[in-house]
Every structure is written in C-alpha cells, then in structure tokens.
Design a protein around this ligand. Structure first.
Ligand SMILES: C[S@@+](CC[C@H](N)C(=O)[O-])C[C@H]1O[C@@H](n2cnc3c(N)ncnc32)[C@H](O)[C@@H]1O
Length: 240
C-alpha cells in the first residue's frame, strides 16, 4: 500500500524536488553524495526515484544502477538516464547477486520503508567486503514527527526554541504533504538504525549533520531562525 502511494504521487516528487527545483538537493545532497562515493566503481542507488542521485554519482554511468519499487519513478529515471541502468525493485529484495557492488547509496528512502531490517540486510548482502554504504536520512532525532520551530509569546518573557516530538515512539504515519498528496513516513529512533547497521556488519566510519543550506534558509524566516538545527543526517559505513 505504501509503495502504491509513492507511485500515485511520483509526479509531485518529480515536480517539487528534482530537476533543480529543490535547493537542499542542489546545494547540499547531490554534492555530498558525489564527494562520498568518489573512487568507488560499481554503485547501487536504492530507492532512486527519478534518478537525480543516481545521475550525480561520480562513477561511469554504465557502472551505476538505480532501483525503486514505483514504476512511475523508474520510467522517469529511464527517460532522464545519461547511461545508468534502472530496475523496479524494493530495498527489501534486491535483484542482485551477493557481493557485487563497491558502494550503495540510499537517499531519503528508509524513512518510507516498513521492512527496515530486511532492507539493511540486503544492503550488506550486495556490497563487497570493504564496500561503502552512504545512508542519508531526515535527521531521526531532530526531525521526529511533531518537531518544529516554536515562538512562544504566552509568558512575559517570550521564548523561541526547537520542539522535539515523541522521539522514542516508533510510528508509521501517512502525512498530507500538499493538498491531496499523502506520503507514508516511518519514524524510528537513531539507535534502531545504528544497531541494525551493526548487526549487519556495516561499520560506521563518519556521521555528518550539515546545517541547512542557504537556498533553503532563504525560503522562510522560520527556517532561518532554526538554521542551527540539522535536517539531514548522513552515515558513512563500511561493509566488514
Ligand atoms: C523521498 S523519495 C527519494 C528519491 C531519491 N532517493 C532521491 O533522493 O531523489 C523516496 C523514494 O523511496 C522509494 N521507496 C519507497 N518504498 C521503498 C522501498 N521499499 N524500497 C525502495 N525504495 C522505496 C519511493 O518510491 C521514492 O522514490
């Protein structure tokens, strides 16, 4: 059902977040992915959507593959392809042999996946020993559902702060991100992700929490007020 929602709303994602429309991708995510995958040859992009991350990978396009369960996303990726290959598949069941990729990327995907443990196990399975996993998430701690910038004028001394939602509560929600566009989200504490990586021989090498980029802050005064709160978390792991 969740996959169906992504397929129904593929056009919304492509219009609002790809092809240069989104400053966080342009200024931050795509350059980071490029930097963190340099020097790796055969690379898999898991949950590739219409392929903007796949196309930004620094390897030869013929050495790059993207998978996504939404056919509408895969069809657009094939249309926009500059030589990369694409296939329709879920992260929980990757149609590849064991140990064939030098690196894998998952960009803002696992917060939409219910079968998280099986999907992390699949990442570990398809990577060669010494392979890299670049794992980008909406920051699970600071962007917990219910989090946001608060300007509180109810007391004599007004205060401004970042509120955090119910961090420890694992929950699946369907969020209406725009009128008529419902997208599934799964919130998990950071420890759930880190322990799943550890259980699958994916050792953490670096953790990045970049500040929101300027093009995003320009969009709203409240965004600038919260410029000290990261939206993105990047985990760089090595398969043992
Ligand atoms: C927020 S979009 C990100 C797309 C792409 N990674 C990017 O950064 O442009 C989330 C993507 O996750 C995909 N997705 C949802 N469930 C998935 C699953 N079980 N396995 C792999 N991808 C999934 C959706 O179809 C959608 O294309």
């Amino acid at each position: 059902m969740n996959g169906d929602l992504w397929d129904s709303h593929a056009g919304w994602w492509q219009r609002e977040f790809t092809d240069g429309a989104d400053p966080e991708y342009q200024e931050q995510i795509l350059p980071l992915v490029d930097e963190l995958t340099k020097g790796f040859d055969k690379i898999l992009d898991i949950g590739c959507g219409e392929g903007q991350v796949t196309r930004a990978l620094p390897s030869q396009p013929s050495r790059v593959v993207g998978v996504d369960p939404s056919w509408r996303q895969v069809a657009k990726a094939l249309e926009r392809s500059t030589g990369e290959s694409y296939a329709q598949a879920s992260a929980a069941s990757l149609p590849f042999q064991t140990g064939v990729f030098d690196a894998a990327v998952a960009c803002l995907v696992f917060e939409h996946i219910t079968e998280m443990s099986a999907s992390i196990a699949e990442v570990a399975r398809i990577l060669k020993p010494g392979g890299r996993f670049v794992f980008l998430l909406n920051h699970p701690l600071l962007q917990t559902p219910g989090s946001g910038w608060v300007e509180d004028y109810t007391s004599e001394t007004p205060s401004q702060y970042w509120r955090i939602g119910q961090y420890l509560v694992e929950q699946e929600t369907i969020e209406e991100v725009e009128l008529g566009v419902e997208i599934p989200f799964v919130h998990r504490p950071l420890s759930v992700y880190l322990n799943s990586l550890a259980d699958n021989e994916l050792s953490l090498q670096r953790m990045l929490e970049p500040a929101p980029p300027e093009g995003f802050l320009e969009r709203h005064d409240a965004y600038r007020s919260a410029s000290h709160i990261p939206r993105l978390l990047v985990l760089v792991c090595e398969k043992r």
